[in-house]
Design a binder for this molecule. Structure first.
Ligand SMILES: NC(=O)c1ccc[n+]([C@@H]2O[C@H](COP(=O)([O-])OP(=O)(O)OC[C@H]3O[C@@H](n4cnc5c(N)ncnc54)[C@H](OP(=O)(O)O)[C@@H]3O)[C@@H](O)[C@H]2O)c1
Length: 252
C-alpha cells in the first residue's frame, strides 16, 4: 500500500512542489488549498501516476477542516505524513503602519490554521503510528528578528515552539514532528506579502540565488522518509547567498 501525504497550501510554492515530489516517489496525495481551479489542475496532472484526492479547505475555518478530514475517502484515511504548509506573510511595512486585519489574517492562518489541521489529524497519525510525521513549515523569521517581520515572525516562532511541545506529548506514539524553517525562497510568497506587487517580488529575487520550491519539497521528502527511529526537530534551510546581518543602531 502506498503511503499517504496530506498537504495544506498545495496550490502554490512549497506545497505544490511537495505534491509533485511525493507523487514522483509513489505516495498518494491529499491536496488542499482555497483555489479549486488550481487543485483540480494539479490533481488532473498527478493522478496520471498516483491516487490523488483534492479538497478545497481554508485552514482558518476549524469546522471546515474537521469536516474535510472526517470525510476523507477510505483509500485516503491512513495518513502517513501531514505537511502543515499553508501560510502567508502580509504587510512588510513597520508595525506602526500595519492594518490590524493583516495581523489577524496571519494569526488565523499561520497559527490557528496549523493548529486546526494538526488537531483534526492527530488521532489518525497516532493510530497509524510508527513512521508517521508532521512537518510544520516555519521560517527563519521564527528565530531571527528583522524589520517588518512583526506578527509574521512571531507566528513562525509559535510554529517552532508548538512543534517542540508536540514532540513531548507524542513521545511513545511513533509520530514525528519537524519544524522546517526556510530562508528566502522564490514562490508566490512575496506577491502575496505585497498584495500583488509583481515588481517588488521580482526585485527581491533579482541577482541572487534564492531557494526554489523544489529544494524545500526535497527536504520535506527527506524528513518524511528517514528511518522510523529518527526525528529531526528543526531544520533551518537558507540559500548559500543569504546570511545574518549586523544589529541596527539608531544615531542622533
Ligand atoms: N517563500 C519563502 O521565502 C518562505 C520562507 C519561509 C517560510 N515560508 C512559508 O512557507 C509556506 C508556504 O509558502 P510559499 O512560499 O510556498 O508561498 P505561496 O506560494 O504563496 O503558497 C502559499 C500557500 O498557502 C495557501 N494558503 C494561504 N492561506 C490559506 C488558507 N487560509 N487556507 C488554506 N491555504 C492557504 C495558498 O493556497 P490558496 O491561496 O489556494 O488557499 C498557497 O497554496 C508558508 O507557511 C510560508 O510562511 C516561505
Amino acid at each position: 500500500m502506498s503511503k499517504i501525504v496530506f498537504i495544506t497550501g498545495a496550490t502554490s510554492g512549497f506545497g505544490r512542489a511537495a505534491a509533485t515530489k511525493f507523487a514522483q516517489e509513489g505516495w498518494s496525495l491529499i491536496i488542499t488549498g482555497r483555489r479549486e481551479d488550481r487543485l483540480q489542475a494539479i490533481a488532473e496532472e498527478l493522478s496520471q501516476s498516483v491516487p490523488v484526492h483534492y479538497q478545497t479547505m481554508d485552514v482558518s475555518d476549524k469546522e471546515q477542516v474537521a469536516a474535510v478530514i472526517e470525510s476523507l475517502p477510505d483509500a485516503f484515511k491512513d495518513v502517513t505524513c501531514l505537511i502543515n504548509n499553508a501560510g502567508l506573510a502580509l504587510a512588510p511595512q513597520p508595525s506602526q503602519s500595519v492594518e490590524l486585519d493583516d495581523w489577524h489574517t496571519m494569526i488565523d492562518t499561520n497559527i490557528k490554521g496549523l493548529v486546526n489541521v494538526t488537531h483534526a489529524l492527530l488521532p489518525t497519525l497516532i493510530r497509524v503510528g510508527n513512521g508517521t510525521s508532521i512537518i510544520n513549515v516555519g521560517s527563519i523569521a521564527g528565530a531571527w528578528p528583522y524589520p517588518g517581520s512583526h506578527v509574521y515572525g512571531a507566528t513562525k516562532a509559535f510554529v517552532k515552539q508548538f512543534s517542540y511541545n508536540l514532540r513531548c506529548d507524542l513521545l511513545g506514539t511513533g509520530v514525528r514532528v519537524t519544524d522546517i524553517a526556510p530562508g528566502i525562497a522564490e514562490t508566490e510568497f512575496t506577491l502575496v506579502r505585497t498584495k500583488g506587487d509583481q515588481a517588488a517580488s521580482d526585485a527581491l529575487y533579482q541577482g541572487t540565488r534564492a531557494l526554489a520550491a523544489q529544494d524545500i519539497a526535497n527536504t520535506m521528502f527527506y524528513v518524511a522518509t528517514l528511518p522510523d527511529h529518527m526525528n529531526i526537530n528543526r531544520m533551518e534551510v537558507m540559500p548559500t547567498d543569504q546570511a545574518w546581518s549586523l544589529f541596527a543602531i539608531h544615531r542622533q
